[in-house]
Design a protein around this ligand. Structure first.
Ligand code: FE2
Length: 283
């Protein structure tokens, strides 16, 4: 079975106060009470947090990939070790991340991955500062798009070791991003080979309604946040979304109506453009 969801996401940003207001006002995420001057924990649902922002230079800190049980986690850790990768169970880090069991490793691009079982669900209800609801649950928190130095290495790691399946590809000149799913969300990880890649192109969270997305876009514009791509739709995951720059410098895609994948009937697709309409840069 392998990985079943992106359970949590760790980011770094230089100004946590700015992140707190951006996440609350624009994204509708709720700061968790455990947040302090070094880490901002953001809630999207019944889990203790889904996004953690650590104080530091803007970038990706870690990806928390969920597995359904301890047997699967053990099996995956053995597979990774057999493939020659370093893995390490870390009880102290598991406590910090508020999960039951956690195994650390790195992907071929050098990103810190945390394979875990049992993220804490809290009793206090999630209350969005502006009434947003998110599609999470078995779909995980959203997706990440990772620029990587070598597509074959990324394919081997994410598909052959972690168990992701190909949803489709998009031809964009010499670049051909590959979109991978590990649950019914159309993609949880996409990667694209680029020379000298940054750590993260963007992450995506999915709101439960178009109204929530439209309101987020209004708020971003009113606040003067940098909207990198206006409202539009992707032909492959059919997400209606916009992209706005986060206080970490990379983008967040904020969307709704994403396509659901059924592994029993899915046929891999291939597309010639990233957007079927919209997603225009400003101006
Ligand atoms: Fe995306």
């Amino acid at each position: 079975m392998g990985v079943t969801a992106l359970g949590y996401l760790g980011l770094r940003g230089p100004d946590l106060a700015e992140w707190r207001s951006f996440a609350g006002d624009v994204l509708g995420m709720q700061p968790a009470p455990e947040s302090d001057e070094e880490t901002l924990f953001l809630r999207m649902d019944e889990r203790a947090y889904r996004v953690a922002v650590e104080r530091g230079e803007g970038g990706l800190a870690y990806l928390g990939f969920e597995l359904s049980n301890l047997t699967e986690l053990d099996r995956l850790a053995v597979s990774l070790e057999t493939a020659g990768l370093a893995v390490k169970e870390d009880a102290e880090l598991a406590a910090r991340r508020r999960v039951h069991t956690l195994v650390r490793c790195e992907d071929p691009a050098g990103n810190d991955l945390e394979l875990f079982v049992g993220q804490l669900t809290v009793t206090d209800p999630f209350v969005s500062p502006r009434g947003a609801e998110f599609k999470t649950g078995p779909l995980g928190l959203g997706h990440v798009v990772l620029p990587v130095p070598d597509a074959a290495d990324a394919w081997h790691f994410y598909v052959e070791l972690l168990g992701f399946r190909l949803s489709d590809t998009v031809s964009m000149g010499r670049r051909e991003p590959m979109f991978l799913h590990c649950n019914p969300r159309h993609h949880t990880v996409a990667f694209v080979a680029v020379p000298d890649p940054p750590q993260l192109d963007h992450f995506m969270v999915e709101a439960s309604s178009l109204e929530t997305v439209g309101m987020a876009l209004d708020v971003a514009n009113e606040r003067g946040d940098e909207v990198l791509r206006g409202l539009g739709m992707h032909p492959n995951d059919q997400m209606v979304s916009f992209y706005v720059k986060t206080p970490s410098g990379f983008a967040v895609e904020y969307g709704c109506n994403g396509r659901i994948v059924d592994d029993n009937s899915w046929t891999v697709g291939h597309y010639e453009q990233a957007s079927s309409w919209g997603h225009k840069p400003p101006g």
